[in-house]
Design a protein. Structure first.
Ligand SMILES: Cc1cc2nc3c(=O)[nH]c(=O)nc-3n(C[C@H](O)[C@H](O)[C@H](O)COP(=O)(O)OP(=O)(O)OC[C@H]3O[C@@H](n4cnc5c(N)ncnc54)[C@H](O)[C@@H]3O)c2cc1C
Length: 387
């Protein structure tokens, strides 16, 4: 098993770390969080590094599907800012991974070159006001009218819809009589007439703002149905298809990046902060906290990389990716909360990055398939008998 700690991965980490020092300063990360806005140009800069190629097939000028490298990229970017990492995910994962694996030839030709160059971004429109974990019960309706699809309904929590070009939207395209049937995925342009946004706001992962998306008779060409004719009413298979395994790694990669940053800060702070005549890193309880978080961090790294390695190898990985989502998200939240304690009051104050890490870490077990849902998945996939 090579978890990717080879020369190529080391070079990728080094490239990203030098980029971050140069192009994404701590002040910028704080501003993206404060203003709940990140400039799209940051993505073009990332594309210039070549990382948008990691999920684009070679025939479109990319490097194929490099899962470990994609995960490493998310971790490195999230160490500085979840907004920066989120921008990358919207392009390389929501966009390129889905299009490369599920798009028609025409859709690949239309979108992949612009995804590769960092010129286009996709948001995810799955959730609705009354639909969270139970995604197969979406009520946003899509009706086929000749060469077009007309969409009515409301999506919630659509992160980055205000600056994405398309929303990859899960819609009900037929009767709701059979679970997991009659669902489709439509690539909805964000500038389509009848589509409006209502900003929502969230306590963390700011910079990629969350929005409600209102759809009133929004007309989209049928050519925008992901997978085309064959996948009309078969959208669930796309959602639960190969892209899902990588999607389950995106949140743990973000979570690990945030936890890495928090540990680095607490480690450094403990050596600078003096109480009772000595640095607090000499106090046994602080040393134990820092030893604990370093140990948990290592467990998270191994869990994530081992799952990514299995996906890269094409091995069965559904249990591993659910375990990685569950373990790394929960553990990263615990790590960050411990690091906050090391900083005492300064871990609770505005203006210190730790406060942002805490807000960012709290969402990791909630979104992208909650920890409870991953526990269900693991028990089911491992065939634990049910009632
Ligand atoms: C900042 C932010 C950004 C987001 N971005 C997006 C986005 O871009 N696109 C998008 O589509 N969505 C997005 N989401 C939505 C996110 O993916 C959902 O929050 C998530 O799917 C869970 O849905 P819910 O919060 O409505 O919880 P619910 O499904 O209502 O669940 C509530 C509670 O019940 C538990 N629960 C539910 N069902 C079960 C079950 N069967 N077994 C055990 N426990 C269960 C859950 O674990 C949870 O604790 C975002 C959310 C946030 C907070």
């Amino acid at each position: 098993m090579d978890f990717g700690d080879n020369e190529d991965i080391a070079a990728l980490r080094d490239l990203l770390q030098r980029f971050i020092v140069r192009e994404a300063t701590p002040e910028m990360a704080a501003r993206w969080d404060r203003e709940d806005h990140i400039e799209r140009e940051m993505l073009v800069k990332l594309a210039g590094l070549g990382v948008c190629a990691l999920t684009v097939p070679q025939e479109f000028g990319g490097m194929g599907r490099r899962v470990i490298e994609t995960v490493v990229t998310i971790v490195e970017l999230a160490k500085r800012s979840t907004a920066l990492a989120g921008l990358y995910i919207m392009n390389a994962c929501y966009g390129s991974l889905n299009l490369a694996s599920e798009g028609t030839d025409e859709q690949k030709q239309r979108f992949l070159p612009r995804l590769l160059s960092g010129e286009t971004l996709f948001a995810y429109g799955l959730s609705e006001p009354d639909v969270g974990a139970d995604l197969s019960s979406v009520t946003t309706r899509a009706e086929r009218r000749g060469d077009t699809v007309v969409i009515n309904g409301r999506k919630r929590w659509c992160a980055g819809a205000n600056f994405a070009d398309h929303i990859l939207m899960l819609v009900r395209s037929g009767e709701a009589e059979a679970r997991y049937r009659n669902l489709s995925i439509v690539l909805v342009p964000t500038d389509a007439p009848g589509l409006t946004l209502e900003p929502a706001g969230a306590m963390g992962v700011r910079g990629i703002p969350v929005n409600d998306v209102l759809l009133d008779e929004v007309e989209v060409p049928f050519a925008n149905v992901l997978g085309g004719e064959a996948k009309w009413n078969e959208g669930w298979s796309l959602l639960a298809g190969p892209a899902l395994e990588i999607e389950k790694l995106e949140t743990p990669a973000l979570a690990l990046g945030v936890a890495e940053a928090a540990v680095a800060e607490a480690w450094e702070y403990s050596q600078q902060r003096r109480q009772f005549g000595a640095a607090i890193c000499t106090i046994q309880s602080i040393r134990h906290m820092l030893s604990d978080v370093q140990t948990k961090l290592q467990a998270c790294r191994l869990m994530l990389m081992s799952a990514a390695w299995k996906v890269d190898q094409g091995l069965p990985s559904a249990v591993d990716t659910s375990m990685a989502k569950l373990f790394v998200s929960d553990t990263a939240r615990d790590i960050v909360l411990t690091c906050q304690q090391v900083l005492g009051a300064y871990g609770y104050a505005h203006g210190f990055a730790m406060e942002r890490y805490v807000r960012d870490a709290l969402v990791m077990p909630i979104w992208g398939g909650s920890s409870a849902i991953q526990k269900n998945n693991i028990a089911n996939l491992m065939r634990l008998p049910r009632k």
